[in-house]
Structure formats: structure tokens, C-alpha cells
Ligand binder design. Structure first.
Ligand code: NAD
Ligand code: UDP
Length: 314
């Protein structure tokens, strides 16, 4: 293998976002080590690359150390859906803390650049709207979302301490709600839930009144942002998300209009600590990365609906 080919380690590479990143880096002619414990990831997501000379698959849990010779570490391993990360919250906290600690140790040892997939959840249930990177957040330290929110906060802290103490080359991205093909049908996140419910002819489940808001980014836009951040010189933290903000009821209406306008919307209890509103300020991404989203929600939903039609045979 010529020395000039970049060697990438993608933790969580068999997951939703990770597998799209694998595709982009493989298509760019780079070398990819995909590492995953398959908690929420699937081999099917990266099956097309198995056997390719530039691709390797490693079953490993990031809470355990590992030594690999790589140039770049894309550290995505962590369940992202509330249903999944609340399944075993202690494991989620361990994955965030120990996983990031192990990957930073690896980055230090082999001199790799490390990108951490952090989250808009570091802003918690925000009192500042929309959320710039300078906002320090409003997170409940003892609630059912804390394992994830606080896990990502300490992961960010570790990155900046490894940068200050050991000169590790870090990139920290705060990802806002992202959707697209390869989300799991039973993932529990709102876009996959609504689409799968509608395709099965079931009512769409609004948690609470559906007046809470989110800003939804299509996965291809996110991956472009990750690549620009990794390739650039700005270390972050930097928001990547689509600033177009929708209520959850509006999202339900968009989905049902595309699949079956007759479907009912039913209310279910709002989960504890569910953030009321969320919208990224992306001025920094625009200035530092020349990045902004290009896929409007309507178009991204159409692509995601086509994927799920095939995936669940509806
Ligand atoms: P996902 O659940 O589809 O992917 C996570 C991947 O990490 C899976 O393949 C899973 O098997 C793997 N994983 C989990 N724990 C692991 C462990 N201990 N060791 C090794 N592998 C492990 O989630 P996603 O939506 O693709 O999210 C990817 C990353 O982006 C996560 O770090 C998440 O926190 C972050 N993020 C995603 C969103 C979003 O909207 N998708 C928003 C904010 C942040
Ligand atoms: N939600 C909903 N119905 C569902 C799933 C989720 O109304 O079937 C709501 C949820 O309460 C939250 C929003 O949709 O307010 C986004 O939820 P998701 O789990 O996708 O992401 P997060 O809350 O982590 O942003």
C-alpha cells in the first residue's frame, strides 16, 4: 500500500452515520478500518466493502483499549437514539468516557488526528435559542438522558485536556438531529418512527403535544461537514446541523402527507427531560468550513421514505 494513502479508523463505522462516512472515504480511495461492537450497527450497512483491499472490519468494544496504526480517528461509537442509549445507561456512560479516553490514548500514541462526534445534547434543554457553540447548556445531571448528555460533555472535556496536556490534534463536532437511509426501523428516533409507522398504516405517535421543535439534517450534509472539519485547521467545538426548525407535529404532517394523509396522529406521554426546542447556529461552520446544508427536509424525507419502503418491505 503506498504510504500516501490516508489510514482512517472509524469507530461506530457499522452504524447509521458511520456507514455513510465509510462509503465517502472508500469512494475517495482512502484506507478504512471500521470498528464496531454491533450494538446498534449492522454488517449489512458496510457489506458492500467487505473483501475490498482498502477495507477492514474489526469487532471491538471501545471501552477496551486497542492499538492500531492509523492517521485519522473518526470517533463515532456510541448509541445515539434515546431508546438505545437508555437501554443500559451505565454502559452508555462508559462508552462515552472510556471509549473516548481509549481513542485519545491511541491518537496520542500513534500521532493520529481524532474527531469526536459530540452532540447538540450538550446544550440539554436550552434556555438560549438558537444555540451557538458559546452556549454552555442546561443539562440535568441525574436524569434519564444524562448518561448520554453528560457522557458527551466529559468526552469533549477529555479531548481538550488531551490537546492541552499532550498536544493531541483534535476536532470536536456537535451534531444536531440527523436522519436518512440506514437508520434502524426500531431505532425509536422520531424520523424513523414516523416513517415506519406511516408505511405500516399505523397512527403516528406524538410525544406530548408535538409542539417541541427539532432541526433535521440529512445524513449526506452531515458527512460533508465531518469531512471538512477533519480536513481543516479549526478544532471546534463546531455545530453541524440544518437550521430549518420544525415542530414534531409539523414533521408528522409532512410524513403523513407523503405516505397516507388519512393516518391518525395520536398523543403519547412526553419523556422526562425532552428538550423543548433545538436549532443550531451554524455561522462558525459557514465561516470556518464553508459548509451549510443543501438538502431541504422534504427532499431528505423522500429519500428516507424510499429507503424504508424497501427495508421493511412496505
Ligand atoms: P448509531 O447508533 O446508528 O451508531 C453508533 C454505532 O456505534 C453503532 O454501529 C454501534 O454498534 C456502535 N457502538 C456503540 N457502542 C459501541 C462500543 N462500546 N464499542 C464499539 N462500537 C459501539 O448512531 P448514529 O446516529 O450513527 O450516531 C453516530 C455518532 O454520532 C454517535 O456518537 C452519536 O452520539 C453522534 N450523534 C448522532 C446524531 C444523530 O442525529 N444521528 C446526533 C448527535 C450526535
Ligand atoms: N418523538 C415523538 N414521537 C416518536 C419519537 C420521538 O414525538 O415516536 C419526539 C421526542 O419526544 C422528541 C423529538 O421527537 O421531542 C425528537 O426525538 P428523537 O428521539 O428523534 O431525538 P432527540 O430527542 O434525542 O432529539
Amino acid at each position: 500500500m503506498p504510504a500516501s494513502i490516508t489510514r482512517n479508523l472509524i469507530t461506530g463505522g457499522a452504524g447509521f452515520v458511520g456507514s455513510h462516512l465509510v462509503d465517502r472515504l472508500m469512494e475517495a480511495g482512502e484506507e478504512v478500518l471500521c470498528l464496531d461492537n454491533y450494538f446498534t450497527g449492522r454488517k449489512a450497512n458496510i457489506a458492500r466493502w467487505i473483501g475490498h483491499p482498502r477495507f477492514e472490519l474489526i469487532r471491538h468494544d471501545v471501552t477496551e483499549p486497542i492499538l492500531l496504526e492509523v492517521d485519522r480517528i473518526w470517533h463515532l461509537a456510541c448509541p445515539a437514539s434515546p431508546v438505545h442509549y437508555q437501554h443500559n445507561p451505565i454502559k452508555t456512560a462508559k462508552t462515552s468516557f472510556l471509549g473516548t479516553y481509549n481513542m485519545l490514548g491511541l491518537a496520542r500514541r500513534v500521532g493520529a488526528r481524532l474527531l469526536l462526534a459530540s452532540t447538540s445534547e450538550v446544550y440539554g434543554d436550552p434556555e438560549v435559542h438558537p444555540q451557538p457553540e458559546s452556549y454552555r447548556g442546561c443539562v440535568n445531571t441525574i436524569g434519564i438522558r444524562s448518561c448520554y448528555d453528560e457522557g458527551k460533555r466529559i468526552a469533549e472535556t477529555l479531548c481538550f485536556d488531551y490537546q492541552r496536556m499532550h498536544g493531541v490534534d483534535i476536532r470536536v463536532v456537535r451534531i444536531f438531529n440527523t436522519y436518512g437511509p440506514r437508520m434502524l426501523p426500531d431505532d425509536g428516533r422520531v424520523v424513523s418512527n414516523f416513517i415506519v409507522q406511516a408505511l405500516r398504516g399505523e397512527p403516528l405517535t406524538l410525544y406530548g403535544e408535538g409542539s417541541q421543535t427539532r432541526s433535521f439534517c440529512y445524513v449526506d450534509d452531515l458527512v460533508e461537514g465531518l469531512i471538512r472539519l477533519m480536513n481543516g485547521s479549526h478544532c471546534g467545538p463546531i455545530n453541524i446541523g440544518n437550521p430549518a426548525e420544525f415542530t414534531i407535529r409539523q414533521l408528522a404532517e409532512l410524513v403523513r402527507a407523503r405516505i397516507n394523509p388519512e393516518l391518525e396522529l395520536v398523543q403519547r406521554p412526553l419523556p422526562a427531560d425532552d428538550p423543548l426546542q433545538r436549532q443550531p447556529v451554524i455561522d462558525l461552520a459557514r465561516q470556518q468550513l464553508g459548509w451549510q446544508p443543501t438538502v431541504p427536509l422534504e427532499r431528505g424525507l423522500d429519500a428516507t421514505i424510499s429507503y424504508f419502503r424497501e427495508a421493511i418491505g412496505a
